[in-house]
Design a protein around this ligand. Sequence first.
Ligand SMILES: Cc1ncc(COP(=O)(O)O)c(C=O)c1O
Length: 429
Amino acid sequence: MSRTDRALWPSLLAPSDHGRPDLCAVSAEGVRVRFADGRELLDGSSGLWNTNIGYGNRAIARAAAEALTDASYLSVFRYENTYARRAAAELVELAGAEHYGRVLFSTSGGAANDLVMKLARQYHALRGEGRRKVVVGLRGGYHGLTFGGFALTGDDLGQQVYGVDQRLVRHVTPNDPAELTALLSRQGAQIAAVVVEPVLGSGAVPLTDDYLATLLALREEYGFLLVADEVATGFCRTGEFFATERWPARPDLLIASKGLTNGTSAAAAVLASRRVAGVFDEADAVLSHGETQAGTPVTCATILATLAEMRRLDAVGLSHRLAARLDDRLAELAATHDLVTGSTGAGCFRSIRMRTPDGEPFPQAEVPALVAAVRAAGAIVHPGVNGVQLFPALTYTEADLDELLGCVRAGLDAVTTAPLVGAGPGVGR
Ligand SMILES: Cc1ncc(COP(=O)(O)O)c(C=O)c1O
């Protein structure tokens, strides 16, 4: 092994797993990824839930190449650029121009969560309510690993070790209206924003209608900003372009990222309602947030091309049809495999629920072994809560879906006959 063979320090992988050829991807096309050990695996995770219309889309690649030739770099930092203007306008039209007015660009889901926490606090300060600084998230929610997003993330993923400051953050149990109501009645005047994923990524738990109704009523009563973190649910992952299209009322801020460029650029977008943006306009106030690589021509060209491709492919229709097939296959798996009790999630955003033969939840410590066994059978899946997550590309054929479920079943059979606690890569969420 040469001195540089392990120069790369990958994310969320234990050092003992660094440098493995079977975990090093080489290329990707359609719904398959080729690895340095020569194997080609079916991707059951759409990259990191971002390649919603598959790898290697030529129209998006062409748009990126053209933008790089035309304007290799332009910013949205003290300047504007026409690519960013066009992408912002399209996003507002897509999400609903009667409600959303402005778009801020960022470079990741985590950074966009940082941005919304700042924006929400400044919004209240501009309205003379500078005491509103607390941001509420959900237990089990995930908002990234930057300092702001990490503070808001509702699982213990080492925040204390890294000195993440959570003094101005509160977490409440998802789908428990009483707990949220109690928090608001105690601290309502300090709360700047409530940030929720329409479907919690960890465990694929959708917010219930009842909970949403309470959340929307409490927003009216207490005046906090409601933020929908649609980093994972956006871009037809759960059916519609945005999961919040099904909400009875819109959020004040919406965060999009993963599917926004079909995984081709480091991009996120925060859509602000007309009302929220209006407060900044009226005060002519500058938001102290800016990222060198946000809203560049290549990023915005990939956003525009992704939107055009999703429309051309009827991604909404694809998502609904694939979700219906996924429902059938998951029900069949639950009916025919002892370890599987069912599934959670919405649309093409799913988690398999499992229990051991003695009826206990499938041990979290065995999930990496299951992920490794599914991988040995030919498919990439990521760990979930007591099971694995399935995020197929919307462009999956029926044969792809059968193959994915076949690999999952083979992985389940392998761990049933030979539990391998701790084996395989401890890949994070
Ligand atoms: C809902 C949600 N928010 C934020 C993030 C963080 O995004 P990023 O990894 O781009 O920082 C993720 C990533 O999984 C996510 O699912």
